[in-house]
Design a protein around this ligand. Sequence first.
Ligand code: PEP
Ligand code: MG
Length: 907
Amino acid sequence: MSTKYVYTFGDGKAEGKADMKNLLGGKGANLAEMNLIGLPVPAGFTITTEVCTLYNQKGKDAVVKLIENDVKAGIAHMEKIMNAKFGSKGEAFPLMVSVRSGARVSMPGMMDTVLNLGLNDDAVKLLAEKSGNARFAWDSYRRFIQMYGDVVMGVAAAKGEHNPFEVEIDKLKEAKHIKQDTEFTVEDLQVLVENFKKVVKTKTGKDFPTCPWEQLWGAICAVFDSWMTERAVLYRQLNQIPEEWGTAVNVQSMVYGNMGNNSATGVAFSRDAATGEDIFNGEYLINAQGEDVVAGIRTPQEITIEGSRRWAKLQGISEEERASKYPSLEEAMPQAYADLNAVQEKLEDHFHDMQDMEFTIQDGKLWMLQTRNGKRTGAAMVKMAVDMLKQGMIDEKTALLRQEPAKLDELLHPVFNKEALKKAHVITKGLPASPGAACGRVVFFADEAEEWKNRGEKVVLVRQETSPEDLRGMNVSEGILTARGGMTSHAAVVARGMGKCCVSGAGDIVVDYAKRNFSVNGTIIKEGDWISLNGSTGEVYLGKVETEDATLDEDFTAIMNLAEKYTRMYVRTNADTPKDARKARDFGAKGVGLCRTEHMFFEGHRIDAMREMILSDTVEGRRDALNKILPMQRGDFEGILEAMNGLGVTIRLLDPPLHEFTPNEPASQQYMAQKLGIPVERIKEKVDALHEFNPMLGHRGCRLGVTYPEITEMQARAIIEAACNLKLRGLDPRPEIMVPLVGTVKELKQQAEIINRVAAMVFEEKGVKVDYKVGTMIEIPRAAITADQIAEVAEFFSFGTNDLTQMTFGYSRDDAGKFLPEYIRKGILKTDPFAVLDQEGVGRLVEMGVKLGRKTNADLKVGICGEHGGEPSSVIFCDSVGMNYVSCSPFRVPIARVAAAQAAIEE
Ligand code: PEP
Ligand code: MG
């Protein structure tokens, strides 16, 4: 561990730099870097992430003692540069600071910011006197009590209530008949300060602290405490961020955006975070502080003229009204705008990525408070990488590595059907904060969104504005609608990060939490009513609007082509129908890695023939029944082999627990009895006899083919006949017959003999031959352990990591849902092993299986077809053990392709 705990910056110098994010957090590292490249940044210091770790290990007192002197020195450093004094008694301008958290990656679940720290009843007077601006001083003070009360002292709104400080503000506004915060007089603000202090006292039982140093330590410790809050833990879980990382604390001199009408504060993006377009954009508020923009309390104005005009159009505001009431920064403060524009260009060039920046303009002078690589939607991620590649800012490999594979999913999601949209009833319009098409039932509370979702409902979360407490609810919702807040509000930023559809700042809606409804232009929409959101236009529709498949653009294709260029493994698909196979082929699948044949038996009346087979006591009876199924199966296989013409298609022999096919209902038992002309009691007896206590470990997989070889014969025939038919039509079918649930080489040997015998017969009958392979699933631990023996018979292995996970952990696939969430909450498991391959355990068996298999069969082709085949971290693992391919469901094919290419690049 390093022993330097505090890093200072200011006045063009810094002890840290951009590549020290692990130690200084993203915010701290970039504040240092901005200093180093000559941008205007208020002086300050960063307490390292290692201190956070110590704080969690040793507790508050030990840590305060450890860094006390460094923090004092840090404050002295700021006092010198800013020519001000912390806790000034009148001898100098009072120094006020901001305290902000900053982990390696930005985490909306944590304590964010306390501004104006250092103010108290004396300092506010001094600030008023020295600045000559009493209104500004009192406005800063009331903000400080509000923020500190909120984030450090934990004054919170009860469920269904509004924030108690906001309630005070609203009350006063009502009493004074004013609309905007900016209309408060000095006396109003003084009243607010007193009322806020009372709120703190009532809600926490404590007095608001007056000593600046006590305030400072309170805020620093609150940042460290926020690392372990429930919502921060949840955010880390959702985003796989390790607890060990910790957060840094940034203490920085205040600059004031609320000093009057020549001051402002805002958030800006060097490109459009929603669409990816190379358009500088952002929002600002005159005479305000940073939190006003993010919290969505006042609706902010656009930075550029262009953006402002677009916004006005969406809101139905005339150009005259826009220019007079809501001018852009470009118009209102041309010099500060020009400076900001130059800074954003410089920062993007410096970091080679889209920047998300916070700034403040104090009395006309621009100050930078933060820059980071901006969060973006899946579509923006793709577009920005392709554009930056074309602009020569990044190379091909970087463009690929910039893709978060799982986010590509957003591009494949359905969009609204154009015809349905024309007929849809628009009830209001907000800002297009995060694109997508969402339909769901209205809920107003995050916890209820979760409850509804758990019941299987689709929900849209509707809030006045969102806050980090709403994270869980946002995560389970189809989309988010807020009444307040702009494109950079909490709702908008978080939704874009999650890839969720969001319409923010729909100013016409009035949310009534108590009545659980919202009204908009005379219409009342109640909890449970259906609405649809268009995150690309900001439109909100009543009811469900029909959706359709998305079309993929050329940027997406460009990324896929790059993936193709750099990948080592190829990607197949799991598909049971020709339609799915074709879809996957469009997405770039190079064949089928798993065709599950059991689903085909459930279609229409096929199940009757299947039941006939199961219920029959003789081989002949079973053969007769299977002969009825044969032509249907052959048709299925022809369709899939044709869709994947020229590419390998792995067709797996039947693998269900047999009892899934038995007629369990009295009505279907009666029906089968009549059909077969036997008493219903016989059927019942047979069904009882087939009952299993543990079907997952029962009569399934190749055990069926061993006990009923005629099933294997029929399926082998259907596959080979289908292939021969296609070959006779001049096509190039490449079937690969896969035996499931093999545990010993002898099972495979016997099944392979049947398959080869039937194939020879069919070739003879058809007078044509096709190439085919016989291989096996590796999904029983014993198969992985004896893979060398099995590979002497198998031409390919496909790891069935669903069953392999089940049997390695001993967790039933059907029942694990009952306890796995608790295991993850308690930290026994990091993630669900059925979703993310457990590399330490199951992965070792996989690795062993690949190695042993190749030892006896150097040409052995190896892939994976369990759910993990489309999960990015598992795909990377598959590459590391030398698999030839991964196979996943059609919609995950692009994700797997990018993950596979990234694995190859990073190797
Ligand atoms: C597996 O076990 O991983 C697999 C792909 O087979 P299934 O899910 O059909 O059991
Ligand atoms: Mg399986």
